[in-house]
Ligand binder design. Structure first.
Ligand code: PRP
Length: 212
């Protein structure tokens, strides 16, 4: 029996784009397109088993070997620093991590800066390099509200189209890092399944193309 490659896909719009790339590269699994609540799909003939997980959980499945490979945003990799191989930049899911503030915000370097974010590690590292004192306010979503209500001076968050900032009268004041989706692999499983993984990577680079 063929060894199956276990692949964790990020649930949602990015995951659909990722699956389309895998399909184009010859690793299709048609049942995944059926509208159901199922989370695991396999195509034994192609040797692939896909499963949908929360985007921020992909790296955990891969780090612990429940998935051999997966696709995670660079934001998650920088924030949690999972012990995985980063194999390949898929060049999709492109956005940036940025600092944003209200349009009339003026920074006072004498004061501790209050920063609201989901990404506390990225934010701490960024301001530590600048030697700036900050007070981190960890939130789980709708970060843009924090400066409006005076909970924070600025936010550190993902900006894709910029629409969310614009509609809340905020603007980017600094870019921290560009983000895109990366193919990651479990370190131990990579050794056992290297030929399959390398074949998949080669096919993605060749046929997967850019779907943005
Ligand atoms: C993300 C991010 C911003 C928004 C940026 O939020 O946190 O709020 O997308 O996209 P835009 O620049 O295209 O407007 P997400 O939808 O993941 O929800 P969240 O509020 O839970 O973070």
């Amino acid at each position: 029996m063929k060894t199956m490659l276990n692949i964790a896909l990020p649930k949602g719009r990015l995951g659909e784009k990722v699956y389309a790339m895998f399909e184009k590269a010859g690793f299709e699994c048609p049942s995944i397109l059926e509208n159901s609540r199922k989370l695991i799909f396999e195509n034994e003939e192609k040797g692939v088993r896909y499963f949908w997980v929360k985007p921020s959980d992909v790296a955990i499945y891969v780090e612990r070997g429940a998935a051999d490979i997966g696709v995670a945003g660079k934001d998650i990799l920088l924030e949690y620093e999972p012990n995985v191989y980063e194999l390949f930049d898929l060049d999709i899911g492109k956005c940036r991590m940025a600092i944003a503030a209200k349009k009339d915000f003026r920074d006072d370097p004498q004061k501790t800066l209050k920063v609201a974010t989901k990404f506390t590690n990225i934010t701490k590292t960024y301001y530590a390099k600048k030697g700036r004192d900050i007070d981190i306010i960890h939130l789980n979503g709708s970060i843009e509200i924090a400066p409006i209500l005076g909970l924070a001076d600025v936010i550190a968050d993902i900006v894709e189209t910029g629409t969310t900032l614009k509609e809340n009268n905020l603007e980017v004041i600094e870019t921290i890092v560009p983000i895109s989706a990366r193919l990651i692999a479990n370190k131990a499983n990579f050794k056992f399944k290297s030929s399959q993984i390398e074949a998949l990577v080669a096919a993605l680079k060749c046929d997967g193309g850019k779907n943005d």
